[in-house]
Design a binder for this molecule. Structure first.
Ligand code: 6GU
Length: 262
């Protein structure tokens, strides 16, 4: 998979050198490139924003700068100048295949595990991180009209200063679902927000007694059917308390006769 991030703060994305995503990059499973939006500015001050039409507080990011950047990174830019001219800041030509343009924004659809699963099947993701009051709305409209899959996505109901942290969240959630990226695919099976539609049950490890607290006895029983039953009931209880709307959303066939009464 190829992922490009365009931002005025490339340093924000340094965390992508670490952990699972960093290893996937080293192993060549993930081609991740971070670009500085200001490389596509045209003035001495490298301006990316301007005042909003219609008035109001704050600044809006200019569509012309974003258009040059995204055309270049997406590979929809007009042909380059004469041979020997400096190469574009976007680098060499992008791969063919399904591309999704993601615009992280607090006014987007809320990003869920379902979005992550869907985006993990794309060949290419391009994330355009806005700052200030956001990106001129014509940018999303232009690329959508051009036939690109454009997603405006929020990571939750709170406001961040820009799309960079949201981009980190989405990239990590997607990358761990790409085949080969997670060491043990079984760890994807029983997790929270997975197929069961429940939060995950509580987990325990050694030592068996800590701060006067013991682990639930059933986990030491070696009785796998009883352990599975206990875990499912704990997942149901926890979900009912913390996320009652997830219980309401379970389909009629999701609960069995032995499920704990909630
Ligand atoms: Cl994607 N961007 C910003 N600026 N704030 C957010 C967000 C995104 N998602 C939640 N809050």
């Amino acid at each position: 998979m190829r992922i490009d991030v365009v931002t005025i703060f490339p340093e924000y994305l340094a965390a992508l050198d670490l952990s699972l995503v960093g290893k996937a990059r080293q192993r060549g499973l993930l081609d991740l490139r971070v670009h500085d939006l200001r490389d596509w500015t045209a003035d001495r001050h490298r301006t990316v924003d301007d005042t909003p039409f219609g008035g109001g507080a704050g600044m809006v990011m200019r569509p012309d700068v974003w258009g040059r950047a995204l055309d270049d990174v997406l590979g929809t830019a007009p042909p380059e100048g004469p041979a020997g001219s400096p190469s574009s800041p976007g680098g060499d030509s992008p791969p063919p295949g399904a591309t999704t343009l993601i615009l992280p924004t607090p006014s987007g659809e809320v990003f869920t595990q379902r979005h992550a699963e869907d985006l993990a099947t794309a060949d290419r993701l391009v994330l355009a991180c806005g700052r200030y009051e956001g990106i001129d709305a014509r940018v999303a409209e232009h690329y959508r009209t051009g036939g690109l899959d454009v997603r405006e996505l929020s990571i939750g109901d709170y406001v961040l200063n820009g799309g960079e942290v949201a981009a980190l969240v989405m990239i990590e959630a997607v990358a761990r679902l790409v085949p080969g990226m997670v060491g043990n695919p079984e760890s994807l099976v029983e997790e929270s927000h997975g197929a069961a539609g429940l939060l995950e049950y509580p987990v325990y490890t050694k030592p068996p007694r800590w701060q006067d607290l013991e682990i639930p006895e059933v986990l030491l029983s070696g009785h796998h059917a009883r352990i599975d039953r206990w875990r499912r009931d704990e997942a149901l209880r926890r979900t009912a308390r913390r996320r009652p709307e997830m219980i309401a959303a379970l389909d009629g066939t999701a609960l069995d006769k032995k499920d704990v009464a909630l």
